[in-house]
Design a protein around this ligand. Structure first.
Ligand code: GLP
Length: 261
């Protein structure tokens, strides 16, 4: 796992956006896995800026979002489909037909999960999967103690996750209790993974993910098995790491071709 500690979240998002932009320039028909939540917002702002000011071209890019709440009608303003449209898709030249978000309103949710996996496979797999990190160590909506080999499926959200996300959702009482999410196994198949985690609320999850044992109580710890996982932190989210100085040392001694990209 490559661990990069930045001075703050803004610097972390700029670095993350640079990695994604390089991927798109190197491979214009890249397949990107995308995440929602507060963490990647600044990264998306930067991708929009790169599109507007530097011509970053999304016309051949395909995207797959990690997850979606179950039971929200397609146009619901708290759906992740809507989040992606407002915060990224409508500001760039992406072909909407190439953007995929699980359909939480599908009549047959289990079929939707199976078909989502098939759509990822038919697109050739994910080149770069962007991830945030839940305070309890979840990735996507894979909650603690779920299988580390899970596939896209319907998951029950933990009380902690509902509380954490209610600030964004608006109302705890009416929040869906279920979501469709790519599984941990699905995420591990992406050829590259880029996880961002900022702020003091993520200290425990970050520490468990990087330095804890590989364990289902922290689903993000499964990334220890990934051959190409990059984690971008800020000073506050990295505060619990025993080996922080080691990660900084590694970062300073990277060969040119190993530097962030
Ligand atoms: C949600 C999403 C995750 C996200 C997490 C963290 O539960 N399903 O994909 O990483 O929240 O959210 P935030 O970035 O707002 O802290």
């Amino acid at each position: 796992m490559e661990v990069i500690i930045q001075p703050n979240a803004e610097a972390g998002c700029l670095l993350g956006a640079g990695i994604m932009a390089k991927m798109i320039r190197d491979k214009p028909d890249a397949v990107l896995g995308l995440a929602t939540g507060r963490t990647p917002l600044q990264l998306y702002h930067e991708l929009i800026r790169l599109h507007r000011n530097e011509g970053l071209d999304f016309s051949r890019v395909t995207t797959f979002n990690l997850d979606e709440y179950v039971g929200l009608p397609a146009g619901h303003d708290q759906s992740y489909r809507c989040f992606m449209r407002e915060n990224l898709f409508q500001h760039i030249n992406i072909d909407q037909q190439r953007t995929h978000v699980p359909d939480g309103g599908a009549a047959d949710l289990q079929a939707e999960c199976r078909e989502y996996e098939q759509r990822i496979e038919a697109a050739g797999g994910i080149d770069l999967q962007l991830l945030g990190l839940g305070r309890n160590g979840h990735i996507g909506f894979n909650e603690p103690t779920g299988s580390l080999r899970s596939r896209t499926w319907i998951k029950i959200l933990s009380e902690q996750t509902l509380k954490d996300n209610s600030a964004v959702f608006g109302d705890f009482a009416t929040m869906p209790r279920h979501a469709i999410t790519m599984g941990v196994g699905t995420i591990l198949e992406a050829r590259r993974v880029l996880l961002l985690a900022f702020g003091p609320a993520k200290v425990r999850a970050v520490t468990d993910m990087i330095e804890g044992p590989l364990a289902a109580v922290c689903p993000a710890s499964a990334l220890q098995l990934h051959p190409r996982a990059t984690v971008i932190l800020d000073e506050s989210s990295s505060a619990g790491l025993r080996y922080a100085e080691h990660y900084r040392w590694i970062d300073r001694h990277k060969l040119d071709w190993q530097k962030h990209g």
